[in-house]
Write a protein that binds this ligand. Sequence first.
Ligand code: ADP
Ligand code: MG
Length: 313
Amino acid sequence: MKTMAKEEEEDHLPDKDAAKGFYAKYEMKEILGKGISSTVRRCIEKETGREYAAKIIDLSTETEEGASSYEAVKQEISILRHVAGHPYIIELQDVFESSTFIFLVFELCKHGELFDYLTSVVTLSEKKTRYIMRQVFEGLEHIHSCGIVHRDLKPENILLDDNLNVKITDFGFAKKLAPGEQLFDLCGTPGYLAPETLRTNMLEDAPGYSYHIDIWACGVIMYTLLVGCPPFWHRKQMIMLRNIMEGKYSFTSPEWADVSESPKDLIRKLLVVDPNKRISLGEALRHPFFLSVVSFENFIYFILMRFSVTERN
Ligand code: ADP
Ligand code: MG
């Protein structure tokens, strides 16, 4: 059986028997999700009975939007291997390829997309948002430290495992950057696009964009988690894109009345139009929003203090 892991860097033609290889090793089950260029199904490894998620990419149906070329998938695989080994990033288990299909076998995230979880609960509490966003920031910090920009961060591409821990996935638009490299192409999902991505595509002399676009997307995600609707949404897409470029959003909807100041302050620092003035991931993780939880040490200290006061009385 030929898997790409064994001949990683070899530029070989797709193996016609590899699809058979996949079916020999895994039993295919129900559909878990669909993207523009793929179908993801639960599968079971026959030998162990362990469950996985297989992303099946059809190379023969190349559409305008879903340009799933062989090279693009090879790049996705190479990036997945590069960022592997972090608790908040999806693990690629196995790869099979045939002349028309590529199968990417991932660890299974039983709780599916953060998007569906949010839809089911409508809004997340500050505590849950803190739990999720800390993991998203930490995972993203690792991705950036590998010299990679994700470019499609959104609740559909953030999966939740058995323990409701985050697994960042879908590196289909991700790109490895050379030091100081700027990007110019338009890709991602409209509501999550950063102002500089839009500027790059609208203005002749725009300087391009880089890692900061993922931090902007985190701002859009965090806003959406807390109130259940995105910050720049407008039924007319042109107006939504203009709102993004101008950084025009508000905390005026009634849902925001119940949200404290600290998450709002962090969102304000994430959704800064000028990428150079936007908060960094390290700063975001040190923001008071993440420090407002009583640490275990503080908790014990508090209990001991109370205990000694009671004793003296
Ligand atoms: P695309 O590049 O086509 O968007 P994704 O990698 O985002 O493909 O996968 C599409 C969808 O499939 C996800 O949004 C999710 O619903 C589901 N999915 C993907 N990977 C897994 C996984 N490891 N466990 C559970 N569901 C998954
Ligand atoms: Mg996706």
